[in-house]
Design a protein around this ligand. Structure first.
Ligand SMILES: Nc1ncnc2c1ncn2[C@@H]1O[C@H](COP(=O)(O)OP(=O)(O)OP(=O)(O)O)[C@@H](O)[C@H]1O
Length: 233
């Protein structure tokens, strides 16, 4: 598998505090890469650096063969980055429909893109008139991913999509991520704390510990023991 995203020896952080100390990983084209790690390991910092919200101090980020390390977040979105931050963010006072419409506005195939997003998340169809702030955590997460899909990303960057979500809905989100990855035209960089979920939904994994990748490899049930040991769980 060729890589869509290559992160090579990246150092990054906040002002004078370096959080990532030379992180390297790749997202296979049409595949899913999972990043696992404890709270505070630097997972969100890594995603924010990947999408351009934090500067790369050293190292490179390459997207589809082009170095994007110093491109703005906007320029990365234009190339096909879609970012779903932690916390299922959407406009709480707006309806589900308006939350989708806001992203679709101005896009040539806006209507069709909304229809496709609703095909992926049929549960949202009956919630179109409900304010986003009244949706459950799982429904809000679906809305957040649906909003990102309307931008037709080539790379979907997901930060802990199961955080704060009931176990039965976790399985649903897992199924959706797996089916998105089957489309072939979409790659996913996924940060997750659930080991089983991450290894089932991904093709490759990396374990991040204190800003360094300590373990990485091909996902699957056989990786479970190594990852659990790496995370000491
Ligand atoms: N805006 C900030 N300014 C300074 N330090 C920060 C900032 N945001 C996060 N940090 C620090 O960076 C480190 C990594 O945080 P980060 O949020 O990337 O970890 P994480 O692995 O995503 O954790 P979690 O699973 O809890 O979300 C932590 O020590 C955190 O305190």
């Amino acid at each position: 598998m060729t890589s869509l995203l290559e992160i090579s020896g990246v150092h990054a952080g906040y002002d004078k505090t370096e959080i990532l100390h030379g992180v390297s990983l790749h997202v296979p084209a049409g595949g899913v890469a999972a990043v696992l790690g404890h709270n505070g390991a630097g997972k969100t910092t890594l995603l924010r650096t990947a999408v351009g919200l934090l500067p790369v101090k050293k190292g490179t980020i390459t997207f589809d063969g082009e170095e994007v390390s110093s491109l703005s977040p906007h320029a990365r979105v234009a190339r096909g980055f879609g970012y779903v931050p932690q916390g299922q963010q959407s406009f709480a006072q707006l309806s589900t429909r308006d939350n989708l419409q806001l992203v679709a506005d101005g896009r040539a195939r806006g209507k069709q893109l909304i229809a496709e997003a609703l095909d992926t998340f049929p549960a949202l169809t009956s919630l179109l008139d409900r304010k986003a702030g009244l949706l459950s955590g799982g429904q809000r997460q679906q809305l957040a991913i649906a909003r990102a899909l309307i931008t037709s990303p080539r790379l979907l960057v997901l930060d802990e999509p199961t955080e704060g979500i009931q176990p039965n809905v976790v399985a649903e989100i897992e199924g959706i991520i797996s089916s998105l990855a089957q489309r072939g035209d979409l790659s996913v960089l996924l940060v997750e704390q659930h080991v089983g979920f991450s290894l089932r939904a991904s093709d490759v994994y990396s374990v991040l510990d204190s800003g360094r990748i300590t373990h990485s490899g091909v996902s699957g049930a056989s990786a479970d023991a190594e990852v659990s040991e790496a995370l000491a769980i």
